[in-house]
Design a protein around this ligand. Sequence first.
Ligand code: HMH
Length: 207
Amino acid sequence: MSSDELLAGLEEKWDKAVNHEFIKACIDGSVKPEQFNRWLVQDYYYVRGFTPFAGSLLASAPDSHLETIVSGIAALTDELAWFKDTAQKRGCDVTIIGMQPACVAYRQFMQGLHSEPYAIKATAFWAIEAVYHTAWASVLRNAASEELKQYSHRWGNPAFGEYVQQLRFHADEALAFTPELLPQARKVVEQVADLEVDFWGMAYNEA
Ligand code: HMH
């Protein structure tokens, strides 16, 4: 079992998630400040919900996977501070804006995973981080704007890519032990791709 098999048949959905029009607009510089701000604030709320999911993954992980997950969790302190700071600098008040439905839905999905087997959580965790790495790495490589390149570095950098690779090994390993979970794991990857598309889409909701 490998994550290539996990993605087989889901290529189109995956492509929609990693090459969304929001990402294209970040690359060509046509993204409007208010669109970027909408994504930014919703992602701050998202990461607040992602953190307990990471904790739940850690709680069910085998010994040999602990270091990678702990390093990922440790990075979230800085990430949450970055979101708050960047939102404030861009004039957004995260204490009053509130979550949009696509953010609520994604957080509920993660909450629902808490009680699932480790292999399923590890697959979802990899898929979540993989979408962001692939999407933002293309912004980092191709963006016209220095500011957007800087933002994209957080998930697009090569060290984050190695972390995602490690998560992929974890998911593969866990699924190799429990191959009967493969259909469920594929479903979860599909759900992540769909949720990511809706998430990027929030940038265009003039709520
Ligand atoms: C919506 N997906 C979303 N936000 C993120 N910060 C990540 C993935 C990566 O952690």
